[in-house]
Design a protein around this ligand. Structure first.
Ligand code: ADP
Ligand code: MG
Length: 469
């Protein structure tokens, strides 16, 4: 293989590898590891990767090799291709591998960058027009849009967005930043995450430039602080952030924060910070429903729609539902295959997709193990009844319908069989089976029951499409 060809292959594989990582933290770690590659050469069908130390060699060998090989194949390497790792001898370095192109550039801390905006850079694609609205994110999206029109308005200051990982918090937060940058060049805006904020703070401590650091943060118009859960149990950081927060808020400046949990569930958060966080508007982003998932996939696949049949998008939306990021990972995997195989569209089927996306689907099964308890709790709260009433043998209409509905959902949305449901309902499996059947019959004739069922299923983060076959 020619050097150029090899370098290109490596570049693509590296890109695929990074896209296959699950979190931003993993991604930046992987980027760091890639930057330790000193040299590449081929030896027959073996790609020999030289690393700058024994330690990185062992990381590549033990932690990264499987995925890297997958990525190489997805990037077009022949099946027979294999990998070998060596430690580079400094004098023999020949070809410089393509340098890591950071997905996020680090914050600027040099004096030369004084003119530059503070914090981390915004991704240009994280804008409102690329964000698909759904029931799971409607409120947070509306608030974010409101802020982008009138930052600092007391109605939504501070704004705290929480929700599971990969559900769009960062996208939404950066969309506020992008919108304001475009329309309000007069404002000083900073997007940063708690970790980078801490690094910068530590740096300032060491270099005795705290005054400068504080001055920069406390004169902002808009502070977008991502992933504040990182501050938990870091007392000096919380103290610093509190003071920044306090100053900004007192001056009517906008603060937006995200976290993977609600403020009240942030461990080791100082009470005064907690009460500040809760003092504004707190909204959550949930996992999107099927229709939203499909709409998101269509949006993400817009630029390469001709390569990928709709059934593949439907397949992903049906099978990967806990994280938008995981869906995107699956879509990218399919995209790379479609780009490299002219017959992809003709040969694709659910069976093939199942094989290609096996890892993602297996992972999903583990994540989204919804329990019968969740279902019964949700039905009870929706109909305002108790667990004891569900489990009782009382046969009033107010109880029969919710009871049958809980049985129906439990059977159709978990992997449990009738026998395994017995203990949850304190009924025999025959009673449960009959309850499920009766409920199903209602669905064919009574639209208002279908509507109620939909409401409960949506509350659980599912849609009817997610039902087992
Ligand atoms: P979080 O910060 O919650 O972990 P991100 O904002 O990083 O999640 O989102 C993960 C990925 O999912 C991003 O690529 C983002 O664009 C995408 N995403 C999430 N929700 C939506 C949505 N409603 N519409 C379009 N893309 C979305
Ligand atoms: Mg995020």
């Amino acid at each position: 293989m020619e050097d150029k060809e090899m370098n290109n292959l490596w570049k693509r594989a590296r890109e695929v590898y990074l896209r296959l990582t699950n979190s931003e933290a993993d991604r930046s770690l992987a980027e760091r590891h890639f930057s330790n590659v000193e040299d590449l050469r081929t030896d027959g069908d073996t790609l020999v990767v030289s690393l700058n130390s024994e330690q990185t060699k062992s990381i590549f060998e033990n932690k990264m090799s499987d995925r890297l090989l997958d990525a190489l194949r997805l990037a077009g390497a022949p099946e027979s291709f294999s990998l070998k790792y060596v430690v580079a001898e400094p004098k023999h370095i020949t070809i410089a591998p393509p340098k890591a192109q950071p997905l996020h550039s680090q914050f600027q801390d040099s004096a030369a960058a004084a003119e530059e905006p503070l914090g981390l850079s915004l991704k240009p694609e994280y804008v409102f027009s690329e964000f698909v609205e759904g029931m799971s994110n409607r409120w947070a999206l509306n608030t974010a849009k409101g802020i982008s029109k009138d930052p600092g308005n007391k109605a939504y200051n501070p704004f705290f967005i929480h929700g599971g990982t990969g559900l769009g918090k960062t996208h939404l937060m950066q969309a506020i930043g992008n919108e304001l940058k475009a329309n309000r060049p007069d404002l000083k805006i900073c997007y940063i995450n708690a970790e980078a904020f801490m690094n910068e703070y530590m740096n300032a401590l060491q270099k005795h430039t705290l005054d400068n650091f504080r001055q920069r943060y406390r004169t902002l118009d808009v502070l977008l602080m991502d992933d504040v859960q990182f501050m938990a149990s870091k007392n000096n950081l919380q103290e610093e952030f509190f003071n920044t927060f306090y100053t900004l808020q007192n001056n009517g400046k906008q603060i937006v924060m995200t976290s993977d949990v609600a403020p009240k569930n942030l461990p080791a958060l100082e009470p005064r910070l907690m009460s500040r966080f809760e003092g504004g508007i707190v909204q959550s982003i949930e996992a999107p429903q099927f229709e939203t998932r499909l709409a998101i996939l269509k949006k993400k696949a817009e630029s390469f729609a001709s390569l990928i049949p709709e059934m593949a998008l439907v397949f992903i939306a049906e099978n990967i539902r806990s994280q938008v990021r995981a869906m995107e990972g699956a879509l990218n995997k399919i995209k790379v295959l479609a780009e490299n195989d002219p017959n992809f569209k003709d040969n694709i089927s659910n069976t093939v997709l199942n094989i290609i996306l096996k890892d993602q689907i297996d992972k999903e099964k583990k994540i989204k193990a919804i329990t019968c308890q969740d279902i019964i709790d949700t039905v009870c709260s929706h109909f305002n009844i108790t667990l004891e009433q569900i489990q009782s043998s009382e046969r009033t209409q107010e109880l029969v319908l919710p009871r049958q509905m809980a049985m129906f959902i439990s059977y159709n949305f978990t992997q449990l069989g009738y026998k395994q449901l017995e203990m949850h309902f304190k009924k025999t499996h025959a009673t449960i089976l009959s309850g499920v059947k009766k409920f199903k019959n209602h669905l064919d004739t009574e639209p208002q029951i279908v509507e109620k069922l939909n409401e409960v299923i949506n509350k659980l983060g599912f849609s009817m499409k997610d039902m087992r076959d």
